[in-house]
Write a protein that binds this ligand. Structure first.
Ligand SMILES: [Zn+2]
Length: 129
């Protein structure tokens, strides 16, 4: 099952169009993807509770790593322990988001769509919703 367009945009809005891991911000969303915090391969779902805005670079690097494995990689890069704690808190908060909050974000996404220009080839363009 794919991720619906408005769900995708709603989650980008929730995360301020920024990668939750490295903070890269891209309002055009062309460098953004949705990461399955718990990889699908490891039983992670497509629920918004398991999805986080993630830049292409981080998503490509993270692949099917467990969250703890990924944090090790991040620490090997440039991200300090304090920042890792912030990321954990953010993911924890996201996992507790209520359906009504998600609905509100989806409605916002429907309004935001006209000026949210996405590049040709972005996965959004191939999906209905
Ligand atoms: Zn990133």
């Amino acid at each position: 099952m794919g991720i619906y367009k408005h769900t995708r945009i709603a989650l980008y809005i929730r995360d301020n169009f920024s990668c939750v891991y490295c903070d890269l911000t891209d309002k055009s969303a062309k460098n953004l993807t949705l990461d399955h915090v718990k990889a699908r391969k490891n039983g992670g779902s497509n629920s918004y509770k398991n999805l986080a805005t993630c830049c292409r670079h981080c998503n490509t690097t993270k692949k099917d790593l467990s969250l703890n494995g990924w944090f090790v990689v991040l620490q090997q890069r440039f991200i300090n322990a304090e920042r890792i704690q912030e990321i954990k808190k953010k993911l924890e908060k996201n996992s507790k988001m209520l359906p009504c909050q998600m609905r509100a974000l989806r409605n916002q996404a429907k309004g935001i769509q006209p000026w949210c220009k996405l590049d040709k080839g972005h996965s959004l363009q191939q999906q209905r919703g």
